[in-house]
Design a protein around this ligand. Structure first.
Ligand code: SF4
Ligand code: SF4
Length: 308
């Protein structure tokens, strides 16, 4: 049964009330073009050693394989742009998305709260939450749901909140009105491509992840990954250069989500503190952070590489 526009308004108002910065809805169509692109990208080995990206291609193409009853895809976005940042001359740098608490937990908790609020009013509806899931092309879905466009740096970009955002995708059996996609607003800009210090954005919308600093400082952390070392330009976890260079990220609002506010101890870390980091401090500093996932040894290695 098709829900009326009041239901859509209720869904979007609820997302806003819970604190999300955007909520959009799309039809669960087959993502033919996106998956063709993904298959070509994988065949050219642009994913380096991130082998898990080769999995779940069928689900990535057809989201209904994850929930047979899915009639609509709801995308939620959350701005994490912090009001306080590391000193711009900091020798060792961390991507802003990891300043606060682990987004997986925060987004899942907020999405669960959102669904509970919906279920109080919309009876018998099914919802399934995905955050950073390797079965879903999240950025493609958020763009389809009208929450922005995919920039030349391959990130979701929104005119109002830029690109510093997390995405959550929800599948539902409700038939809803769908949002329209945004046009591409990159125009003639190539700031991200020009700013990338390692040439990882080889062409517009063509990221070679195996060259990217974020890949080298986060993804290539597993023991069986052997990569050529690269210069990480002082970044010890992730890299924000192509986002900081983007004109759409000028004057964006700061996050309203307190869980993403920077850990003050992290901002206080001096060059010396990083170089003397021990396991106990690592555990304490990153106990609630996504950074703890890479482990102390990888962080020590990242610090050594960044400082060399
Ligand atoms: S995250 Fe850094 S290394 Fe990766 S593409 Fe952007 S600027 Fe280049
Ligand atoms: S820096 Fe320019 S080209 Fe790159 S994503 Fe932003 S607007 Fe697009």
């Amino acid at each position: 049964m098709r829900e009326n526009t009041d239901t859509v308004k209720f869904i979007k108002d609820t997302a806003k009330k819970i604190g999300f910065d955007g909520c959009g809805i799309a039809s669960p169509v087959v993502l033919e073009r996106d998956v063709d692109y993904l298959i070509k990208w994988l065949s050219e080995n642009k994913h380096g050693n991130i082998k898990y990206l080769e999995k779940n291609i069928e689900q990535k193409a057809d989201i209904r394989k994850l929930s047979g009853n899915a009639k609509s895809v709801i995308a939620l976005v959350q701005n994490y742009y912090p009001s306080k940042k590391q000193d711009e001359n900091a020798v060792y740098k961390i991507a802003k998305y990891a300043y606060g608490n682990d987004y997986h937990a925060v987004m899942k908790t907020k999405a669960a709260e959102f669904i509970l609020a919906l279920q109080k009013k919309i009876k018998n509806a099914e919802f399934k939450i995905f955050v950073d899931s390797n079965t879903i092309l999240e950025k493609a879905w958020a763009a389809r749901c009208g929450l922005g466009w995919i920039g030349k740096n391959t990130l979701l970009l929104n005119k109002d909140i830029g690109s510093f955002m997390f995405i959550c995708i929800i599948l539902t059996d409700l038939v809803l009105d769908y949002d329209e996609m945004h046009e591409d607003n990159c125009g003639n800009c190539n700031a991200c491509i020009n700013a990338c210090p390692v040439g990882a954005i080889e062409k517009p919308h063509q990221l070679n992840a195996s060259k990217c600093i974020a890949y080298h400082t986060i993804e290539s952390s597993s023991a069986n990954v052997q990569d050529e070392p690269i210069s990480t330009k002082g970044w010890i976890y992730g890299c924000d250069i192509c986002q900081d260079a983007c004109p759409w990220n000028n004057e964006i609002p700061f996050t309203k989500e307190s869980a993403f506010k920077p850990n003050p101890d992290l901002l206080k870390m001096s060059k010396n503190d990083w170089e003397k980091l021990n396991e106990k401090t690592f555990e304490k500093l990153f106990k609630d952070s996504a950074i703890k996932r890479i482990g102390f040894e990888k962080m020590k290695k990242n610090i050594e590489t960044a400082g060399s």
